[in-house]
Design a binder for this molecule. Structure first.
Ligand code: FDP
Length: 293
């Protein structure tokens, strides 16, 4: 089935207009990566060096999303300040290019989005929809709303449904864990050994959260970027990465955790705060929480 993305001038559900706008823009973002792979000589609010494509994709999405009726705020991992719009209703948080350090080596990256019905920073329980675009051999989108996840292929102006009611396969297959191994806690390291010792599990780690999470969504398993000894809150950002990914995985029947509770239950204090992120099949996350308790 192919869905013609709604025309923002006629569609009256702002959430669907936001998603359609991101779907259309993603096809352009992918094309615009060519020639924008160099460092931009500036850092994002988390202190990471931006590449030109990070800055460009953020500006493109900011322009388009803030002009949608019903969008109250735009926040991005790549800018310090939230953009306030005159409208009320939905607040959109994006990571314009997740995994952009993969751009140099031409490996997978993505765009992540969360649509909240509360001002940012907001808890994951305020999400009304979330999803991500994956720039792989094909550009795809996973989109969660109302407790269901749909996967699409994006071809520009159209979204073709490739799978409806996506759920995590029951038998977990893949695992991927970020951060330097010497900086993992002893408890986490032990948990990883347990995962690795199961002959049914195999390592799949690509260094871009979105690619690694999409493998978990496709094959079942676990992805984590845990708390580290030199960074107790891990690396990933709650508003732009943690909440949207947790929302997608939980909508697909899996679980998320910061080590003790669902990511979606965390009350944020600041927009750019980090969170230790663990997502995947329910039994693996439950075992993780016992291992870290
Ligand atoms: P990147 O810095 O390339 O944008 O939060 C961003 C992220 O990538 C994730 O996509 C990825 O999982 C993680 O950081 C990888 O970080 P390190 O290679 O620094 O461990």
């Amino acid at each position: 089935m192919t869905v013609a993305d709604p025309d923002p001038r006629t569609e009256d559900d702002p959430v669907e207009v936001v998603v359609a706008t991101i779907a259309r823009s993603a096809v352009e973002i992918r094309q615009g990566l060519v020639g924008r792979r160099s460092d931009a000589d500036q850092e994002n609010p988390s202190g990471e060096t931006q590449v030109e494509a990070d800055v460009w994709a953020d500006e493109l999405l900011a322009d388009r999303l803030t002009s949608i009726d019903g969008v109250a705020q735009y926040a991005s991992e790549e800018r310090s300040e939230i953009i306030d719009c005159e409208d009320e209703a939905y607040c959109v948080a994006v990571d314009p290019l997740d995994g952009s350090s993969n751009l140099k080596s031409n490996n997978t990256m993505g765009t992540v989005f969360g649509i909240y019905d509360e001002p940012l920073p907001a808890p994951g329980s305020a999400l009304v929809a979330a999803g991500f675009v994956l720039y792989g051999p094909i550009t795809t989108m996973a989109y969660a709303r109302d407790g269901t996840v749909t996967k699409y292929e994006l071809t520009g102006g159209e979204r073709s449904v490739v799978e409806e009611d996506v759920t995590l396969p029951d038998d977990p297959l893949v695992y991927g864990f970020g951060g330097r191994v010497p900086h993992w806690s002893d408890d986490f390291r032990e948990y990883v050994r347990e995962i690795e010792s199961n002959p049914d599990h195999k390592l799949r780690y690509g260094g871009a959260m979105i690619g690694d999470v999409n493998q978990v969504l496709t094959y079942g398993g676990i992805f984590a970027y845990p708390a580290l000894e030199d960074s107790p809150r891990g690396k990933l950002r709650l508003q732009f990465e943690g909440n949207p990914i947790a929302y997608v995985i939980e909508s697909a029947g899996g679980r998320s955790s910061d080590g003790t509770q669902s990511i979606l239950e965390i009350d944020p204090e600041i927009v750019h705060e980090r969170v230790p992120l663990h997502v995947g099949n329910t039994d693996l996350i439950e075992r993780l929480e016992s291992a870290l308790a």
